[in-house]
Design a protein around this ligand. Structure first.
Ligand code: NI
Length: 189
């Protein structure tokens, strides 16, 4: 596995549409393994292949809405399609390709995705809350869309500070069995 460089907003690759994966080979597995390492290293909740310069429909999403005591799960989605969505959530969203910037984005609160795994097997997965938001955000990346195009309210430095203060407060109140991976959850995708 190797860390890959995360492209930043302004790189034209981020605005391009990614192509479907047709070969579920060693090269895809290498990409997924590298993306996993890169995402965990960046402490984000999601990463799309175009963010590491590969215009293929591949994303990773950290399922942070697991039950109490369950480990967060990193979901590999190849050729993902959002097939159902309901509800609504309005909240701050960020991106590893747009560091330090958060904007208010409206998303569905419940999302169903159909995708393939690294071997080409089809599966469906539901996500709520932050995970639903990440499914939408990462799928957008595959179509060359960044969240900054979807928000008309970028948080000011004061609002950002308030958001981080609230997150720190929530973290302090949480009883976390393993004590880590609780911060940065509302951060980059
Ligand atoms: Ni992103």
């Amino acid at each position: 596995m190797a860390l890959r460089n995360i492209l930043k907003d302004g790189d034209p690759t981020l605005r391009k549409k990614s192509r479907p994966v047709t070969e579920f080979n060693e090269r895809l597995h290498q990409l997924l393994d590298d993306m996993r390492e890169t995402l965990l290293n960046a402490d984000g909740v999601g990463l799309a292949a175009p963010q590491v310069g590969v215009l293929r429909r591949v994303v990773l999403v950290l399922d942070t809405e697991k039950g109490e005591g369950e480990e967060d799960e990193l979901i590999e989605l190849v050729n993902p399609e959002i097939v159902a969505a309901s509800g609504e959530q309005v909240g701050p969203e960020g991106c590893l390709s747009v560091p330090g910037v958060y904007g208010i984005v409206k998303r569905p609160d419940l999302v169903k995705v159909r995708a393939q795994d690294r071997y080409g097997n089809f599966f469906e997965v539901w996500g709520t809350g932050l995970t639903a938001r990440a499914f939408c955000h990462e799928t957008d990346h595959l179509n060359g869309i960044l969240f900054t195009s979807l928000t008309d309210e970028i948080l000011t430095p004061e609002q950002l500070e308030e958001m981080h203060r609230q997150e720190a407060e929530e973290k302090a109140q949480e009883v976390s069995p393993d004590g880590d991976k609780q911060d940065g959850k509302a951060t980059g995708q």
